[in-house]
Design a protein around this ligand. Structure first.
Ligand code: PHE
Length: 363
């Protein structure tokens, strides 16, 4: 009986599975079918049923393939056997993984209620100072300026000496800072980057340098021990004070509006000659309130320092002052932002109170 059935099935199988190629197709098809059926299993009963249909000792699909393998030509049997063993292992693994995943929800605790509102994640955003700095950068980029960067820990040479502050000169007192020992200090302005750039590169130079600077200050509404500056530097043949004036006026009008009144007031910096501080009209009182707290009734607000690069500075970086001239400026980012937005206390910028920060958005 047994032999007869196997003889019968083998003659049928021979026509169904004449060679290794067809056999492989049958093995692949079974594997694909299993994937589909696994996805449909919802519980332990379904899993048991699936296991029987594939691995059942008599009628399991995999078992039947083992039977059919015997009908292949002798030369094909080793390859077919290997194929089937791989298939069998795969099926066992799949079923085991399925069993595991059916068990997991029970140990995972209560089911998730997908109708509950989700947790809201706050989007990150640029800090108001960064936003303002970008606005400044983009105006200068429109005018063809590049952006440079330099170290916040500087040597005495770059922060002072190369900028024409002799040792012990009283001008240094206005730029007192934190000394780190040896020759190093936290830079008091972005001007040392002027030197670093001019050492590396020959004119024409047209750059701005945004960055953090440090001063020995007791914090109050208008002073902080760390704040941001944007430096500017232009060097080429034939550069005059008129270029400085035109560029800065254009910049300030782009920032504060076309009708803005500006004025250049003589000043002193060791590294520029002549030097000027630039004031803009007080937008808080419209130059009308003698008791204005923003401009102290003067009608003007000092916004930046500037001047023509001192010939001595050019000599320090081996640029010939007979051939080249240039100008530079430096402005406090907080100060301008405070003025533009009517922010009364510089410390708001560093407290990271989101009620403050969220009031500013990138345009
Ligand atoms: N570095 C100066 C300061 O911090 C500003 C400045 C820069 C002035 C460049 C003139 C030229 O006050």
């Amino acid at each position: 009986m047994l032999r007869k059935r196997s003889a019968g099935s083998s003659s049928r199988s021979k026509t169904l599975l004449p060679d290794l190629k067809t056999f492989r197709t049958a093995v692949d098809a079974l594997r694909t079918k299993l994937d589909g059926e696994c996805a449909g299993v919802r519980d332990a009963d379904g899993l048991e049923d699936l296991r029987n249909r594939y691995l059942g000792r008599k009628r399991g699909s995999v078992t039947l393939l083992f039977d059919q393998m015997k009908t292949l030509p002798a030369a094909d049997k080793p390859a077919a056997g290997q194929m089937l063993n791989v298939l069998k292992t795969k099926v066992q693994e799949k079923l085991a993984a399925l069993e595991e995943s059916l068990r997991r929800p029970a140990t995972r605790g209560p089911e998730i209620d997908p109708t509950l509102p989700g947790e809201r994640l706050a989007w990150g955003a640029a800090h108001p100072l960064r936003i303002f700095q970008r606005e400044i950068e983009s105006i200068f980029e429109e005018m063809g300026f590049g952006i440079e960067d330099g170290p916040e820990i500087e040597s005495d040479y770059y922060n002072f000496e190369a900028l024409n502050f002799p040792p012990h000169h009283p001008a240094r007192d206005d730029w007192d800072t934190i000394y780190l020992g040896g020759d190093l200090l936290l830079r008091t302005h972005t001007s040392p980057v002027q030197i670093r750039v001019m050492e590396k590169r020959k004119p024409p130079i047209r750059i701005i340098i945004p960055g953090k600077v440090y001063r020995r200050e007791t914090p109050d509404p208008t002073h902080a021990a760390m704040f941001f500056q944007v430096e500017g530097l232009v060097v080429d043949r034939g550069i005059t004070f008129a270029h400085l004036k035109g560029t800065l006026e254009h910049f300030l009008k782009r920032l504060f509006g076309d009708k803005l009144k500006t004025r250049f007031r003589p000043s002193f910096f060791p590294f520029t000659e002549p030097s000027a501080e630039v004031d803009i009209e007080c937008l808080a009182c419209g130059q009308k309130d003698p008791a204005c707290r923003v401009c102290n009734g003067t009608g003007w607000k000092e916004i930046l320092g500037s001047g023509m690069v001192d010939p001595q500075v050019f000599k320090n970086v081996n640029i010939d002052p007979e051939q080249y001239s240039g100008w530079a400026f430096g402005m406090g980012v907080e100060r301008i932002a405070m003025f533009a937005y009517g922010i009364p206390d510089i410390r708001h910028f560093y407290e990271n109170d989101l009620r403050f920060n969220r009031q500013f958005q990138l345009k």
